[in-house]
Design a protein around this ligand. Structure first.
Ligand code: T1G
Length: 692
């Protein structure tokens, strides 16, 4: 055995333990150790059967994702599984923690499986742009049937021990993992049960109506948008129901290879590791202990305040919402209740769950009621004077040690902190709307934010089931500072010849949930107008169309007219807007031209990269992958493209720089390439070299 796989006889049962922390991934060493252990089992006269168990917190959680894209080192997983299936002695899998991906595939190749009550199992390969490539697509349907197998494999969702038992994924729930598994193995031996190979089961996969797959495919196609993996996953489940096992395995291997070799796999695995990397702050090591957050307060019961409060209640943290007007407070609490009730109606949660959450949310109109909260998050109007008033008050009422956070989306954290005598506990915690749904938490460190404060809000992000990332303090931080370049260029395209629906179509086809003008209509054209008025700068040409829409009272969805006209949420192009745009081009003496989809895409997407490079160079972002995480989880950038910086690197930074230089020639200094981009191209390096 290797030191990551141990073999120990307990009576006449060999206990084979995988010890490859943190998640017992099926690295080369583990595969080699398993190969040796199963050979020993079949040669060991003292062993009648084996129990396979994961050491530490979980059974095997999958293949070692870091090995993808690199040459496979023998023995491959298939070889080990074939050896297991050929074993003359029974192998019982003892499951705990999260038996996922290749880990569950190993368990399905065992003759029986037992698990403890807290077990979760799943085949989440689809989330990595892959499919279960070690027989899971052929064995799972043989245990649970095509419907449950298709649901699990095309979504990657986990199921718990109870449904796993009810559907035959495991054979028993045991109170104690190893003793229970040993007892199960001893029973199998005593009863001389014939070895039960999942690959030989046929009942659940024969005579499946082909209509099932036709209908499932039609529904799935609508859901998956640009993702390649889910439809491939479904095709492998269909193979399990239409082909003999060996043929089905070949089909699985062929479709796995297609996905493995596709750029989407590299992009989705990039995001998998990047979101974990984003939680690591170089100057804040494990010695900095985060404060425990046992209670929270939110200032402002508006859309953001209410959504923020829900995040705390959803994980069992009591939260008080402070509003100065009773009517606003009542409205805010009613919106929260409505949000929860909608989730119950959709079946995504239960009444009991939301009753518990609602019991943790309370409202108040007095600052005196919130002083004992461990953290307070301000979510009032995006105006510096108002925010400073609030923080001045918080400085007076909050207990010592409380974290004073602002949900500001662009404003200066240091200026906000200057309204208090404790800048070390002031920090930005920028949620994205709807705050109870969007995964990103963009934390913003001020110059005085203490390491403990930063560590606390990074840990809090994970606790409230967000993906936290840390930004430095500048206007717009990371996400919104990059967004400005994107929306600016989209506005310029309207004046040059495009229509809002042309631009939005290209961006949605690229994979974002909506284009810049659909987003503008959703956020509110009046909001953008007020921000521009707030800056007090003279009106700019590229904002002329938006300003005229505002003057016409066309604020977007809220007025059923903006860049589009609306019937409820259904948007259609509007000839009135078309005329407004062509008149505005004429007003500026611009001769309109046909603009290609490719130019629209590059003109909108490359500002994200150019500004991203600048942000990276200034140290506002710690690493380029943080920028990718922020765009994927805060702005809906397609995971299968890996984020704007990854997409640029895949395209080639030299080509990116060439395009930016071209647009600089055509459109002037706003397209000036970030010095870092030039430097990396000169050095023939990628973003990772930025730190150097
Ligand atoms: N390979 C390599 N590293 C992994 C890993 C994996 N499969 N899973 C986790 N890690 C690292 C992770 O990067 C982090 O590293 C640390 O472990 C803790 O993870 C052939 C092809 C198991 C639910 O997709 O879902 O099998 O940051 O922070 O929140 O068909 O990790 O500490 O350096 O996420 O407790 C299929 C992926 C693979 C499961 C635990 N399996 N992992 O969550 O900890 S493909 C998966 C997870 C495959 C076969 C196919 C979660 C978790 P670091 P963590 P956690």
């Amino acid at each position: 055995m290797s030191d990551v796989v141990s073999y120990e006889l307990k009576g006449r049962i060999a206990v084979i333990t995988i010890n490859n922390p943190p998640v017992n991934a099926l690295s080369h060493g583990v595969r080699k150790g398993m190969q040796d252990a199963f050979a020993k089992l079949n040669a060991d006269p003292g062993a009648d059967a084996a129990v396979l168990v994961g050491g530490g917190r979980t059974f095997i959680a999958g293949a070692d994702i870091r090995e993808f894209g690199k040459p496979m080192q023998e023995p491959g997983l298939h070889g080990v599984l074939d050896q297991m299936e050929a074993s003359k002695k029974p192998i019982v899998a003892a499951l705990h923690g999260t038996a996922l991906g290749g880990g569950l595939e190993v368990a399905l190749t065992c003759h029986w499986r037992v698990g403890i009550a807290s077990l979760q199992v799943g085949l989440p390969e689809v989330k990595l742009g892959l499919l279960p490539g070690a027989g899971g697509t052929q064995r799972l349907p043989r245990l649970v049937g095509p419907k449950m197998a298709a649901d699990m494999i095309t979504t990657g969702n986990f199921i718990g021990a109870k449904p796993a038992l009810e559907n035959g994924v495991i054979d028993e729930i045991v109170a104690e993992l190893v003793p229970g598994a040993i007892a199960f193995a001893e029973k199998v031996v005593a009863e001389k049960r014939p070895l039960r190979k999942v690959s030989e089961l046929t009942d659940k996969v024969k005579n499946v109506d082909p209509k099932f797959f036709e209908e499932y495919r039609a529904t799935l196609k609508k859901k998956v948008k640009g993702f390649l993996a889910p439809m491939h996953c479904l095709a492998t489940v269909e193979a399990a129901c239409t082909l003999p096992f060996a043929e089905g395995m070949k089909r699985e291997a062929a479709l796995f290879k297609e996905l493995h070799d596709h750029p989407q796999r590299a992009a989705q695995i990039h995001i998998f590791f990047s979101e974990r990397e984003a939680g690591k702050i170089p100057d804040i090591g494990p010695e900095v202990k985060p404060k425990e957050i046992k209670s929270a307060a939110v200032i402002g019961a508006g859309t953001m305040g209410g959504g923020i409060a829900m995040n705390f209640a959803n994980v069992g943290i009591p939260v008080k919402i402070l509003e100065m007007e009773q009517a606003n407070l009542d409205r805010g609490l009613a919106v929260i209740r409505k949000n929860y009730e909608t989730s119950v109606a959709r079946g995504s949660t239960t009444q009991a769950t939301i009753d518990k959450a609602l019991s943790l949310i309370s409202g108040t109109m007095s600052y005196d009621d919130i002083g004992d909260a461990d953290i307070v998050i301000e979510a009032v109007f995006e105006n510096m004077d108002i925010k400073k008033q609030v923080f001045g008050k918080l400085d007076q009422v909050m207990k010592q040690g409380a974290i004073l956070a602002s949900n500001t989306s662009t404003l200066d954290i240091d200026e906000i902190a200057s309204a208090t005598k404790r800048p070390e506990v002031v920090i930005g915690t920028h949620f994205f709307s709807p705050a109870n749904v969007m995964k990103l938490l963009e934390n913003v460190r001020g110059k005085d934010s203490s390491k403990e404060t930063i560590a606390t809000v990074m840990e809090l992000g994970k606790k409230i089931r967000k993906v936290p990332a840390l930004a430095g303090n500048c206007f717009g931080f990371i996400g919104n500072r990059m967004l400005h370049g994107y929306t600016r260029e989209a506005a310029e395209l309207l004046l040059e010849g495009a229509m809002p629906w042309d631009v939005d179509r290209v961006i949605v086809e690229f994979g974002l949930p909506m284009g810049p003008f659909q987003m503008g209509d959703l956020a509110g054209i009046d909001v953008g107008w007020r921000v521009r008025q707030g800056k007090g700068t003279p009106p700019e040409k590229h904002n002329r169309v938006a300003d005229r829409l505002y003057e016409m009272g066309r604020y977007g969805q809220k007025t059923q007219a903006g860049y589009y006209k609306y019937d409820g949420r259904n948007a259609t192009p509007d000839p009135v807007v078309e005329k407004l745009i062509t008149d505005t081009s004429a007003e500026f003496g611009i001769t309109r031209r046909k603009i290609s989809d490719e130019e629209i895409l590059y003109r909108c997407m490359l500002p994200l990269v150019n500004v991203g490079a600048q942000i990276l160079d200034e140290g506002i972002a710690i690493r380029s992958s943080d920028i990718d995480v922020i765009y994927v989880y805060g702005y809906g950038y397609p995971t299968y493209r890996g984020g704007p910086m990854f997409w640029a690197e895949q395209m080639g930074l030299e080509k990116v720089l060439g395009l930016i230089r071209k647009y600089e020639q055509e459109h002037g200094s706003r397209w000036k390439p970030a010095p870092l981009l030039q430097k990396l191209v000169d050095q023939k390096k990628g973003w990772a070299a930025a730190k150097a």
